[in-house]
Ligand binder design. Structure first.
Ligand code: 13P
Length: 251
């Protein structure tokens, strides 16, 4: 059985005061981490504050990270620092990073290797544009993204990995993929991992759906055979809404 994982991606939202208020508001109600993994991915300067107050059941993640150890890379964040301050997850290859910051599949592959070197759990994002979906190219495109991202990783690493399937056309648009569409693509990714590794690895890998997940549609998405969780933007910003989402992982 794969443990459900619900992660909030706050993107460039919430200052320190707002982030701390959020954590105080949810702290006592975050479900047992044995039962569901609840994660908040926040802006880098507030990560340490969140780690200090995460309590027993919440986990804290970063939204990106550099692929190299250290050096003259102004503005970047190292895996070493994330690990050092107690961050456990890191989103890699979000479509916004791919689109606005030129993150290529090759770079994303390097970042995954780097995250594992420092014991961070990567949440690898993949997903197609509306044009690709309408052209019927979703499966091939996502397969290619996954294959390039996983290059050189061992099966023990892939078993620890989280993959978030986030169709770009469903992000922040209010348009959710139907639960069948989401499950079909995610099942396809599991098939790719099975071909690249083996059945055991594919079955261990946790996969999330992301793109306009809300309290009203999360149950149906999580009820699907291959969807193990959600990566949530907008609906993770409100404490009540976030709690509803993580509690859906208990059902
Ligand atoms: P929304 O939930 O706001 O559509 O964002 C999804 C997302 O990009 C999470 O990483």
């Amino acid at each position: 059985m794969r443990k459900p994982i619900i992660a909030g991606n706050w993107k460039m939202n919430k200052n320190r005061d707002e982030a701390l208020q959020f954590v105080y508001a949810i702290n006592k109600e975050v479900p047992e981490s044995e039962l569901v993994e609840s994660v908040i991915c926040a802006q880098a300067p507030v990560l340490r504050d969140l780690v200090k107050r995460q309590g027993d059941n919440l986990r804290v993640g970063a939204q990106t990270m550099h692929e190299l150890d250290n050096g003259a890379y102004t503005g970047e964040i190292s895996a070493d620092l994330l690990d050092n301050i107690g961050v456990t997850y890191v989103i890699i290859g979000h479509s916004e990073r791919r689109a606005y910051y030129n993150e290529t599949d090759e770079k994303i592959n390097k970042k995954l290797h780097q995250a594992f070197r420092y014991g961070l759990t990567p949440i690898l994002c993949v997903g197609e544009s509306l044009e690709l979906r309408e052209a019927g190219d979703t499966d091939n495109f996502v397969k290619d993204q996954v294959t390039k991202a996983l290059k050189g990783l061992g099966s023990e690493q892939v078993k620890e990995l989280v993959i978030a399937y986030e169709p770009i056309w469903a992000i922040g648009t209010g348009k959710t993929a139907t639960s069948e569409q989401a499950n079909d693509t995610i099942k396809g990714i599991r098939g790719v991992v099975k071909d690249l590794y083996d059945e055991e690895t594919a079955e261990a890998l946790r996969m999330q759906y992301g793109g306009s997940v809300k309290p009203h549609n999360v149950d149906e998405l999580l009820a699907q055979s291959d969807i193990d969780g959600a990566l949530v933007g907008g609906a993770s910003l409100d404490p009540e809404s976030f709690l509803t989402l993580v509690k859906a992982g208990l059902k």
